[in-house]
Design a protein around this ligand. Structure first.
Ligand code: SDX
Length: 428
């Protein structure tokens, strides 16, 4: 294959280098385009055809439904690893030895206390505040209490900021939920595993011993692994471009949390449950919602369906669908919503509109059913997505900074008014 692309503009040919990735994906390197052509740029709303960076962290093949973190398949990681191992793998590039994992966890636990003044910030929020808005604010506020984590340049400084946020973020997640339920903002128990401690902080009752439930621990561990990274999705791209101005790690993550909140992105897991509930209230009338999803005059979309990259099954959705059956069975939970979801999936997969557009269930379609069975309120679903995505955001931010990538600043094509002289108010 040639190592160049040729572009012809007004009779002049320009050669642009082709770059080939480790999975034989091909990109046209347009770094020299504007200079060579006297100002011609490309335009691609939503970046459907445009790569923002080279990355060695996560590989997706949307046509084949493949997802790998640092070369390991999502299926094997979900089955054989735990969330902290996967966090280490994403951030540092290799699965940790036991010694490395123990030190990583110990460093995280060393930083798993949040300044008590953060409680004053939480107390200022109304109980009606959406947890994603609270979490983004608190994550940004952490900067004020951890000034050494702001201007980080060396790998060591980054490591210290990374273990701090991995230690403190689960506390913010738990306190965000406890605030809504009027529960005291307490800690868990650092002698527990990372995910066990998250669950204890979230669900511990102030007046009785907390009993660990292995089914919940395993279910959450798997869900967090499945959400841990997903290459250059909307929120990750937000983290990278925010960090590219050399804004600190915590505020870059806060920006990512805000982007994830949107119902077209991570907010979809909450929207899926609300949609399934509405269908249930409507007597299970899935056909009405399928018709709405296909009606161009109706803004309604079948939440949890479709994906920018996957034009086949989202491999995470396949794993979560099986896990939903297992977890609900293990917990002895009968949830009619699961049957409605399966019915809707079957209908959509047989519907020409969805088949033509290659719309399949994505990661958000079944995850909320498990979260609900675990007793997590629907408004906290996207917060759980953020908890899972945290190591991926960190890994991507660290890769961008270590590679000393330039500040992100896209061009545009101006289509507004050409020059016109000022008009006085009497002339308008
Ligand atoms: C996540 O990018 C990632 O990796 C994200 C994520 C991650 O891990 O970070 O995987 C997590 O965000 C998953 C997606 C969660 N969002 C939803 O479930 C919301 C519902 N889905 C859609 O809004 C949509 O599918 C997107 C946003 C996910 C993708 O949108 P695209 O790629 O911009 O596709 P599009 O809007 O151009 O749609 C193409 C066509 C359109 O119809 P036509 O104009 O061609 O006739 O498909 C239609 C769309 O109207 N379409 C849908 C639909 N999704 C796309 N029609 C009905 N229901 C849907 N869900």
């Amino acid at each position: 294959m040639s190592d160049k692309a040729t572009l012809e503009i007004n009779g002049t040919s320009y050669e642009l280098p082709l770059v080939v990735g480790s999975e034989n994906e091909v990109a046209i390197d347009i770094k020299t385009l504007r200079g060579a052509t006297g100002g011609v740029i490309t335009i691609d709303p939503g970046y459907k055809n445009t790569g923002s960076c080279e990355s060695a962290i996560t590989f997706l093949d949307g046509e084949k439904g493949i997802l790998r973190y640092r070369g390991y398949s999502i299926e094997e990681l979900a089955e054989k690893a735990d969330f902290l191992e996967v966090a280490y793998l994403l951030i540092f590039g290799e699965l940790p030895t036991q010694e490395q994992l123990d030190k990583f966890h110990s460093d995280i636990k060393h930083h798993s206390v949040v300044d008590d003044d953060v409680k004053k910030i939480i107390e200022a929020f109304p109980k009606s505040a959406h947890p994603m808005g609270v979490l983004s604010s608190l994550t940004s506020a952490l900067t004020a209490f951890n000034p050494s984590s702001v201007d980080v340049d060396s790998e060591e400084e980054m490591y210290n900021a990374i273990v701090r946020i991995l230690g403190k973020f689960p506390v913010l997640v738990a306190w965000t939920m406890r605030k809504k339920h009027g529960l005291p903002l307490e800690y868990g128990d650092d002698s527990l595993g990372y995910v066990e401690n998250v669950l204890k902080m979230m669900f511990k009752s102030p007046n009785k011993e907390y009993e660990q439930n292995e089914i919940l621990v395993n279910a959450l561990d798997k869900l967090l692994i499945l959400h841990a990274d997903h290459e250059q999705n909307c929120s990750t791209s937000t983290v990278r471009i925010t960090g590219s101005s050399h804004a600190g790690l915590f505020v870059s993550l806060a920006a990512g949390i805000s982007a994830l909140w949107g119902p077209l992105h991570g907010g979809a897991n909450q929207a899926v449950l609300e949609m399934l509930e509405a269908i249930k209230e409507d007597g299970g009338d899935t056909k009405k919602y399928m018709a709405k999803a296909k009606d161009k005059s109706d803004p309604f979309r079948l939440m949890g369906f479709g994906h920018r990259v996957y034009k086949n099954f989202d491999p995470r959705a396949k794993i979560i669908k099986v896990a939903a059956d297992e977890v609900l069975g293990d917990l002895g939970v009968e949830d009619p919503i699961l049957d409605i979801a399966k019915g809707l999936e079957k209908e959509a997969l047989e519907d020409q509109y969805f088949v033509d557009r290659k719309l399949y269930p994505n990661v958000d379609f079944y995850s909320g059913i498990i979260y609900r069975a675990m007793g997590i309120p629907v408004e906290m679903f996207t917060v759980m997505f953020a908890l899972g995505r945290l190591p991926g955001w960190i890994a991507q931010w660290r890769e961008m900074r270590l590679r000393k990538e330039p500040i992100g600043r896209p061009r545009q094509l101006y289509t507004g008014e050409t020059y016109r002289p000022f008009k006085t108010i009497n002339e308008r």
